[in-house]
Design a protein around this ligand. Sequence first.
Ligand code: ZN
Length: 301
Amino acid sequence: MITNSSDKLHCNLCGGVSDVKILFHSEEYPDGQMGNIFQCRRCGLIYRDPHPRIEALLRPQSQIKKRSDNPDKLSQGRISLFNNHIKSISHFRYYNRILDVGSGEGYFLNLCSLNGWGVWGVEIVPELVESSKKEYRINVFNGNLEAAKYPDNYFDVVVFLNVLEHLLNPYSALSEAYRILRPGGAILLRFPNAAFHIPSRWFFTKLFSLWKGVMRFNQSVIHLYAFNRSTVCRYLNVTGFRTPIFENTSVACSSAIAQGNGIKRMLIHIAEGVVKFIKVISLGRLLIGPSLSLIAVKPLR
Ligand SMILES: [Zn+2]
């Protein structure tokens, strides 16, 4: 477990102590706190230290209000992304139970429910728990996954959509997901791809130092952790999951940039084309898209 003391860092993935290099020196984050970005020399895990205080992890009330007031709460891009995820997990349905960790406003679970799933959610922000209960009548636990204490072997699918990188202890959360999944059940993860974001951030930081006119790369994309295919595989391996299948997911289809002007959208389409091309010519080994998703299975025994 990584501590808040920079003089003694424990890697959350391999347990190594203080064997790290600094990728980016202290920068201010959108939550108003400073942090270095480290990489463990033993396993390659990238993380921010010190971690922000717990209050900073809870989304501000103003942001929630802004989202609730937004008439286009769930864009077509996100609906399409969520529906693709729902399709990809349909053959794991047995008890008909799905759990969304970090269920937010409840959009994904609502779509699951419309597809006939029995749905459960876990969410640490109380306002989001209330709004999802009120709007969609979804069963959401307020707290972290470990505190919910679901029974062993209970769910067919446990989902972390852009959530794992925000957790203080991803190892603990994945171990808990493994315990509550039935044998033969699956985990679905979606996360920002460090193989894309770290080089991009390095490039834009250099460019900014030469020309202040360029927009600085958004450092919020590296949250508490930045995972790539290799570090996620290692997490899955140590927590017991098997046969992960990775995919590039649609580029930024849920973000503000996708709603931007024609040039931005055109650049996104070009980037998507390049990402797909690289995947094809590398026979599926090189996934460099900004976001990756994967499905991995809890073995039958
Ligand atoms: Zn490590």
